[in-house]
Design a protein around this ligand. Structure first.
Ligand code: G1P
Length: 293
């Protein structure tokens, strides 16, 4: 049986310049989709997949993320006095247990690979997950849980969430050179960060969910800067490929790129339509709007 994955790393140090001015004084990970911040979806997904410890790699201006996952006695007292039990339950339901959350400052924005490396001491010598909150996935079964199950079937190893993207968009993603492919699980032969379409080995992209073996930390330690002059996780993974088993999983669900304004708005619409308390009303409004186009 594969060693259990107990810890997840959430790189949340990015500046969110694409969402200015909304993100001037608020971390982009706190942008809400319907009524939950993006980072809360990521943590809920991790908990659904059995993760027990949550490691945030943060940066300056991100303290509201820490406040979000902390108790707010004043708010709780006020809600209690006013008998707002449902609101109190909502707050309690999303709170990781005391002692299971850690925050590390990345200090310098040197790239995703560097952010993950910052979590090295907290992860230690065990497999771990990485979740990028920008990639929001609407699915029946949490994407990370699907990956855990695939990993169980494979008996361990590294697994990355993957999906086909438009050929002209390969320069936005880590791209997989596929080997043996059963339609869901794809053996990864090689990985390239953000190749031009003409150099891309396929259009199968890495999406922001990873389950990794701890050996990646040693490679990250010495990883040279790559695309965008940043230390890239993809480059360290492509070195790890030489000695470790690696698979991509075509997950079931729809992925929204919430690092992009259009993707973020689409996510809001899709998640709202999926909600029993408002889906009908939103659908009616969309029909009304569409009829005027
Ligand atoms: C990161 C990774 C990239 C991956 C993407 C998924 O890129 O470096 O390999 O395909 O996330 O969203 P970023 O979007 O941070 O530029």
């Amino acid at each position: 049986m594969a060693q259990k994955v107990r810890k997840a790393v959430f790189p949340v140090g990015g500046l969110g310049t694409r969402f200015l001015p909304a993100t001037k004084a608020m971390p982009k990970e706190m942008l809400p989709v319907v009524d939950k911040p993006l980072i809360q979806y990521a943590v809920d997904e991790a908990r659904d997949a059995g993760i027990e410890e949550f490691i945030f790699v943060t940066g300056r201006g991100k303290v509201t993320i820490e406040d979000h996952f902390d108790r707010s006695f004043e708010l709780e007292n006020t809600l209690e006095e006013r008998g707002k039990d449902a609101a109190l339950d909502t707050l309690a339901a999303h709170m990781p247990e005391t002692g299971t959350v850690a925050y590390i400052r990345q200090r310098e924005p040197l790239g995703l690979g560097h952010a993950v490396w910052c979590a090295k001491r907290y992860v230690g010598d065990e497999p771990f997950a990485v979740i990028l909150a920008d990639d929001l996935i609407l699915s029946e079964k949490a994407c990370l849980k699907q990956m855990m199950e695939a990993r169980e079937e494979l008996g361990g190893g590294n697994i990355l969430a993957s999906m086909e993207v438009a050929n002209e968009h390969t320069s936005r993603y880590g791209i997989i050179k596929p080997g043996y492919d059963d339609g869901k699980k794809v053996e990864i032969q090689h990985l390239v960060e953000k190749p031009n379409p003409k150099d891309a080995p396929s259009n199968l992209a890495v999406i922001g969910r990873y389950i990794l073996e701890p050996q990646v930390f040693d490679l990250l330690e010495n990883q040279a800067k790559g695309a965008g002059n940043e230390i890239q996780l993809t480059d360290a993974l492509s070195n790890l490929l030489k000695s470790s088993s690696f698979y991509g999983l075509r997950f079931e669900g729809t992925r929204y790129d919430c690092g992009d304004k259009v993707g973020f708005l689409q996510a809001n619409i899709a998640f709202a339509l999926n909600r029993p308390d408002m889906g009908r009303e939103i659908a009616n409004h969309i029909k009304e709007l569409a009829s005027t186009l």
